[in-house]
Ligand binder design. Sequence first.
Ligand code: M6R
Length: 366
Amino acid sequence: EKGGYEHFMIKEIFEQPRSIKDCMRGRLDSQTGRLILGGLREYVNKLVNADRILIVACGTSWHAGLVAEYFFEEFCRIPVEVEYASEFRYRNPVIREGDVVIAISQSGETADTLAAIELAKSKGAIIFGVCNVVGSSIARATHAGAYTHAGPEIGVASTKAFTAQLTVLNMIALLVAQKKGTITEQKLHEMLVEMETIPEKVERALQLNDQIQDIAATFKDAHNFIYLGRGYNFPVALEGALKLKEISYIHAEGYPAAEMKHGPIALIDEEMPVVFIATRDSSYEKVVSNIQEVKARKGRVISVVTEGDQLIPKMSEFVIEVPAVHEALMPMVSVIPLQLLSYHIAVMRGCNVDQPRNLAKSVTVE
Ligand code: M6R
């Protein structure tokens, strides 16, 4: 059942080129410029005409929501708020006509997310679901939606569900942008072509496995980790930190790199590993300065960079090179080494990778 792998988690990490491809199959075609999401058809105009999009989710799915916020705002020019379902449901949120809710959940059974949906529904909002488990409670409670088709995810740490969620959310956003006219035909074509390259780029990122295992061996006894990124890579930093803490029990924090100087920088000394997700994008120069700030305080820098980067390797103890891709799609690629890093560290520490202590695959109690 684990297909020759030692754990479900590593099997699922390695399935990603396949699961992303499955997720796009029959839905995205760069040749014709068509995006077809059958489950959305009836309600897609609600999204096109939305005054605001509210995204509700928990954990890793919430991180996917954060990436989607940047993506929808960039390509659809619709304001987006990303909410922890557990906070949203209890604070008497403002939900107006013209708001559209997107709920993201791998399991489709997360109690807080389900309750957030019911609340929004009771106030008249239209709800879209992005779920992995077909026929799950959340899939049934939403008006419309698109499945991620990642296949069963058994490891408690969510991996292939995350990249499939991003794939679906990107397709929804590009479809909305196309219908709204907030993207040019040429740009849309470029993005669809880029989307089609993702499985192959993820495959290449997976080839870094041995190198990442070596990095894991160096840091397996660390007590703390900091993950930093900006722009589209900021949610990736949060996700890298969550993966590490949940399966290896090492305390880790993810931050937007620029926020570091508002507090966390005080933690940096010669024992602190700092993972920078520093791929070539519009915030590259800014991230370089943040790396210098960490270096100046003797932090141990591990950088995820775009292949061929000349500058950051000179400033880092370890460099992980991933293939270049449009910055809005980078999270699907840059998260791969972070999944692998947490996996190898957890294995080396003798942790129960697939079933970490105190955690359940779906959190059906609040
Ligand atoms: O099934 P869901 O996507 O609704 O689950 C949400 C979180 O419980 C989940 O992502 C959790 O944070 C994972 N263990 C993270 O790896």
